[in-house]
Design a protein around this ligand. Structure first.
Ligand SMILES: Cc1cc2nc3c(=O)[nH]c(=O)nc-3n(C[C@H](O)[C@H](O)[C@H](O)COP(=O)(O)OP(=O)(O)OC[C@H]3O[C@@H](n4cnc5c(N)ncnc54)[C@H](O)[C@@H]3O)c2cc1C
Length: 413
């Protein structure tokens, strides 16, 4: 049996584990940090399939701050990572919320977000057409069963996040891998953690499948959809239902002349979509709670897309983009959300086991939040605040909170 030691072991080299390691290591060299990852490379869990949309609209101020400050790091990626030529690109699209809401409700969201420093506008249908001529501004419910008659009627008002964007998820992980190694973090691939050792309510370390023992007083659970399994290895019941849920995403060929198309969240048919591959494709996913119910084994699930899902979502896309040709190549992939079935928000921070820290349950919104999550944990651990930190309060996400009240338990939160 090989023996090793560390001050902090982070389990998982997805966007979360890498961001936590980087946020700690960029402010202090006080800790010897090791990331252990069971896969052969970065981003092979939820992160690799992420739509990686950077939007800021949430129901509460702290999640807005987390998203806003995560967005800032992605926008300033070279400066944040200290890499001269990062691989990942920031794709500015804007995010248009087509939610069928009244002008008053849209204005309320506008005021909440702009009060927190997010650049947002309220657009009327003409304002949408001026910017995005390909989009229908219908605000009516659009039934996807192919059965109900539908007459389009313009919505009253639409919230537009001026700086909304998306990012390259796997390239972002590769950049962070380079950045953490530069900062002295050791990253081990093909190293599944099979045991989390505790003694007297404190963390002692982890054991790897190859029999290596790593002694460490702190272990961070950044295991994504495997989070509950890892917590159980430490003998901890998280007290939150974190479910690995299959989440489907479609890629549809699109003629470039339909561009510009922003990132759109479309409640009329329950889809979101954004441009992909420099406008040659449109990526489509679901915002419906009913599409976030298929709990699966994260080691063994169907990674293709279902025909009914594909056909109905594409039908919804035609409603929103009436000139989209009916012919066009379609592909898709299924990834994993880790849905917190209790209130959809993640759990972040210390747990009743001393030294066991969690960053889990990010549903369909963890990518944008990762650097802020790392920032909150690093500030809590070191007491130091530096450039690109968030001022969101980690207590909002604490493991011992009461579930937050929500209008709907979907990716939108
Ligand atoms: C289809 C889809 C669309 C999405 N769209 C968006 C979006 O538009 N915007 C957004 O912000 N977010 C989005 N998300 C959510 C976001 O991608 C996730 O919240 C985020 O990637 C989670 O990152 P993570 O590092 O926590 O998990 P993961 O990427 O799953 O990383 C966890 C890692 O831990 C490793 N691991 C697990 N157990 C062990 C063990 N015992 N030993 C060693 N290693 C272990 C795994 O191999 C894995 O690599 C989407 C997700 C999906 C699936």
């Amino acid at each position: 049996m090989a023996h090793d030691t560390a001050d902090i072991v982070i389990v998982g080299a997805g966007i979360m584990g890498l961001s936590i390691a980087y946020q700690i290591a960029r402010r202090t060299d006080h800790y010897r940090i090791k990331i252990v990852e069971k896969a052969p490379n970065v981003g092979e869990g939820s992160t690799g399939a992420s739509s990686s949309i950077l939007r800021n609209s949430y129901s509460y101020p702290d999640p807005i701050k987390v998203a806003r400050d995560g967005h800032t790091t992605y926008k300033n990626w070279a400066k944040y990572t200290g890499l001269e030529e990062p691989r990942a690109e920031f794709h500015h699209t804007g995010v248009l919320w087509m939610m069928g809401e009244t002008r008053e409700v849209v204005q309320e969201f506008h005021d909440l977000m702009s009060g927190l420093g997010v650049k947002v506008s309220v657009l009327d249908p003409e304002g949408v057409h001026e910017r995005f001529p390909s989009l229908s501004t219908c605000g009516e419910h659009f039934d996807l069963s192919f059965e109900e008659d539908h007459t389009c009627e313009d919505g009253e008002a639409f919230l537009y996040e001026e700086e909304g964007a998306y990012f390259d998820p796997v390239s972002a992980c590769q950049d962070l891998l380079e950045a953490v190694r530069r900062e002295g973090v050791e990253v081990r691939f093909k190293s599944p953690v099979v045991r989390v050792r505790t003694l007297g309510g404190r963390i002692e370390g982890v054991d790897l499948a190859d029999d290596t023992q790593i002694d460490a007083p702190m272990v961070v659970n950044a295991a994504g959809p495997w989070a509950t399994r890892l917590a159980n290895m430490a003998g901890l019941d998280l007290g939150w239902k974190l479910r690995p849920i299959r989440a489907q995403v479609i890629y549809r060929e699109s003629p470039p002349e339909l561009m510009p198309i922003p990132t759109v969240v479309d409640r009329s048919s329950g889809i979101y979509f954004r441009p992909e591959n420099r406008g040659q494709q449109i990526l489509i996913g679901s915002i419906l709670e009913k599409d976030e119910q298929e709990e699966v084994d994260p080691d063994d699930f169907n990674q293709n897309i279902d025909r009914a899902f594909r056909d109905t979502k594409i039908y919804g896309l035609h409603h929103r983009i009436p000139d989209l040709p009916y012919r066009g190549y379609i592909t898709g992939v299924s990834g994993l959300y880790t849905v917190n079935a209790d209130d959809v928000y993640p759990i972040i921070g210390p747990t009743p086991i001393e030294g066991f820290v969690v960053a889990n349950g990010f549903s369909g919104h963890g990518f944008k939040e990762a650097s802020s999550v790392g920032s909150m944990i690093a500030q809590w651990l070191t007491g130091k605040t530096i450039e690109f930190d968030t001022d969101a309060d980690m207590a909002f996400f604490s493991i011992d909170r009461k579930p937050h009240a929500l209008a709907e338990k979907s990716v939108l939160a």
